[in-house]
Design a protein around this ligand. Structure first.
Ligand code: TRP
Length: 362
């Protein structure tokens, strides 16, 4: 069956640079190396509805934003199937059967779900759909027999849950599903890019994001306002790198050639860091450099997005075609799952004839 990649994002807002270094960039690289036999990238609208049930318009409006961000980053619909989760009914059916293989206490232990419950003030009344979304995510992954799932670190518990479901399914019903591997960013800074305020996570609700579609002036304003080392007051003071957002972003985005282009006084990032730690290097100089780096990284993405924005019906056509293809693949897996679970009555000639014999004998 070959190597298959699947991943996705909830359409609750535009994608930001944290999504980019955490997963999007990797997907495009994987697409372009041609290592995978199939690649699927899903807009997880059904999952977005598990905690936005009362706000369907938000989810609806953000489907196009996420699709544009995907295309802007360089995902190519010729090489990678882009589709919308809710348009694949087989995913619901698979989830329903997988629910029999997972206990409530197992779901309660999922650390990502736990912290999301807190953030959303769901403690007193957790929607069942939200509570069980790790099961539906297992359906997303296994429906495509994915071998590789490139996602951020926060998705580790979902992958663990998926593997457990696969093992349980295969041991009860026979070998049917494939166990996926998570693919995390190799670069530590990309694993969890902080917000511009230095808070642990970039998130829309915290208002600390730089979006992929952001205009140049806005990017500069955000970079110049970034959190650095609060004890680095005068230029001469030695500066700290730990928790210094500007340096974390440089770790995530800087390429060696940017020094020659924008900051030729330094050979590389190590030299720049050493100068900062020694003292004598001002925050503004580092921020100006980071701004140049980010502008260089984001300009081609923004320009490509603007091209696609001119033809929105075409973008929907891409999603429709992708969803049709995805549905055909999911239907094949569901067929195999139902066969393994022995709920394929009408296809099972053996069942019908043996029962016919039995009743005749009575
Ligand atoms: N949970 C992912 C997120 O919050 C979105 C998602 C849904 C997903 N189904 C998936 C990611 C399957 C990878 C594989 O961004």
């Amino acid at each position: 069956m070959g190597k298959i990649m699947l991943t996705g994002d909830r359409p609750t807002g535009k994608l930001h640079v944290g999504h980019y270094v955490g997963s999007l960039k990797r997907r495009v690289e994987l697409q372009n190396t041609g290592d995978f036999d199939e690649m699927f990238v899903m807009i997880a609208d059904a999952q977005a509805l598990t905690d936005n049930a009362d706000n369907p318009e938000k989810v609806r409006q953000n489907i196009i934003e996420v699709a544009l961000d995907y295309l802007a980053c360089g995902l190519d619909p010729e090489k990678c199937t882009l589709f919308i989760q809710s348009q694949i009914p087989q995913l619901c059916e698979l989830s329903f059967y997988y629910m029999n293989l997972v206990t409530v206490s197992r779901l309660q232990r999922n650390p990502t779900v736990k912290s999301e419950i807190q953030q959303r003030n769901f403690e007193a009344s957790i929607p069942v759909g939200f509570f069980t979304y790790p099961i539906s995510q297992a359906a997303d992954i296994t429906a495509f027999q994915a071998t590789t799932v490139p996602v951020g670190e926060d998705q580790l518990p979902m992958l663990e849950q998926t593997k457990e479901i696969v093992r349980k399914f295969n041991s009860v019903y026979g070998d049917t599903l494939r166990e996926p591997e998570i693919l995390l960013p190799e670069n530590q800074a990309c694993l969890r890019l902080p917000g511009i305020d230095g808070k642990a996570k970039m998130s829309k609700s915290l208002g600390n994001c730089i979006y992929l579609s952001e205009e140049p002036e806005e990017i500069q304003k955000k970079v110049f306002s970034m959190f650095t080392d609060p004890t680095h007051i005068r230029v001469e003071d030695p500066g700290k790198l730990e928790g210094n957002t500007v340096f974390t972003y440089l770790d995530a985005f800087c390429r060696p050639e940017y020094f020659e282009e924008f900051l030729p006084d330094y050979a590389n990032l190590t030299e720049l860091k050493e100068h900062y730690q020694r003292g004598g290097l001002g925050d503004m100089k580092v921020k100006r450099f980071l701004n140049n780096v980010l502008q260089a990284e984001l300009e081609p993405i923004r320009n490509r997005r603007k091209e696609y924005q001119k033809d929105i019906p075409y973008v929907y056509e891409i999603l429709k075609k992708g969803s049709e293809k995805a549905e055909a693949v999911a239907a094949k897996t569901l067929h195999d799952v139902k066969e393994a679970m022995k709920i394929n009555y009408f296809d099972d000639k053996e069942l019908i004839s043996s029962q016919a014999e039995r009743f005749k004998a009575e």
